[in-house]
Design a protein around this ligand. Sequence first.
Ligand SMILES: NC(=O)C1=CN([C@@H]2O[C@H](COP(=O)(O)OP(=O)(O)OC[C@H]3O[C@@H](n4cnc5c(N)ncnc54)[C@H](O)[C@@H]3O)[C@@H](O)[C@H]2O)C=CC1
Ligand SMILES: CC(C)CC(=O)C(=O)O
Ligand SMILES: [Mg+2]
Length: 360
Amino acid sequence: MQYTVTVLPGDGIGPDIIREAVQVVERVGRKFGHHFTFEERLIGGVAYDQTGEPLPQSTLNSALHSDAVLLGAVGGPKWDGLKGEERPEAALLGIRKALNLFANIRPAKIYRSLRDACPLRPDIIGEDGLDIVVIRELTGGIYFGPRKREIRDGVEMAYDTMLYNENEIRRIAHVAFQSARKRNHLVTNVDKANVLEVSRLWRKVVMEVAKEYPDVTLNHLYVDNAAMQLVRDPKQFDVIVTGNCFGDILSDEASQITGSIGMLPSASMGEGALGMFEPIHGSAPDIAGQDKANPIATILSAAMMFTYSFGKLEEAACIEKAVDEVLEAGYRTADIWSEGCTLVGTRQMGQLICERIEAI
Ligand SMILES: NC(=O)C1=CN([C@@H]2O[C@H](COP(=O)(O)OP(=O)(O)OC[C@H]3O[C@@H](n4cnc5c(N)ncnc54)[C@H](O)[C@@H]3O)[C@@H](O)[C@H]2O)C=CC1
Ligand SMILES: CC(C)CC(=O)C(=O)O
Ligand SMILES: [Mg+2]
């Protein structure tokens, strides 16, 4: 097959990790007989520096006519002083909205070889490890509601608005229930319905959608309790469905259970096959350009691209198996390193995974 992929390295460690993910995609392409055209475009701080806007139209145009988008990360202290809409993060929100990628799928798995990197007691995780998925609504909620900063009566004030309509809630709820049907038939809805009106609507709509999935059990947790339960007993979860902000925070928390934020991939999908694939972490300016970043989250995001945008499950499984085998062989970037393992940099980790793909 022939695929066009828009590649958006972005800022900080973005170029470091994207370079490795692109090599992996090329290697899988050669192995399975696919041809890729990569269109590299600007996004984030680097785009602002070169064009005066963090999300140039040429980037959006490329994404819109591609089969998929592969993104590194955006942002960093260099751009922290910019106005809201000029900031690199605004570009990320903007491209998600422009492509209508409302469903952010964030799996959190513990690799057998990384049990030592999990900070929880071994009896909490048990022999069969952990495999949960956070389904985060991605184009609504407080990151997109009306906001303002102003001075009233000499006092500086600001507000953001958490806003959802029933259609936005219904479509993400369907994604969660359909996901649960392919997994362990359990959805945990996370909201703050004891306080927030928007959460009361959210919960009502999720309960309505649940009636269409009688084979799936639905639970509800308030987000503060959910944050606590994730580290107390993460195995009680299968699919977590939640809003944009809560999902952002809970998935970072879940990443620590798996060992490192450098391990967790994501897929952002809309109604069609076009998706954007990116690690859940940010641009990690503290380690950018130092060959220290873990590229696995981005490489696993590329695996999700094969599954969700191309429907190529064998190719995705090949990448996942290669990652597993490299970890089993004891190779670790610094964030997941432990005694007795071989410390490798970003490039070597990418290279090792490419070699395994060849060998599988
Ligand atoms: N999707 C995106 O592009 C996101 C961008 N950001 C932006 O990134 C910048 C930095 O944000 P932070 O809050 O520091 O979050 P971050 O996720 O970039 O970094 C948090 C910590 O995790 C480490 N880390 C992250 N990815 C890693 C990897 N692949 N390998 C090893 N260690 C890794 C970092 O070194 C840092 O200590 C900010 O400008 C923020 O707005 C934050 C989150 C998501
Ligand atoms: C701009 C932020 C919403 C990015 C982020 O933290 C994320 O999507 O995980
Ligand atoms: Mg985040």
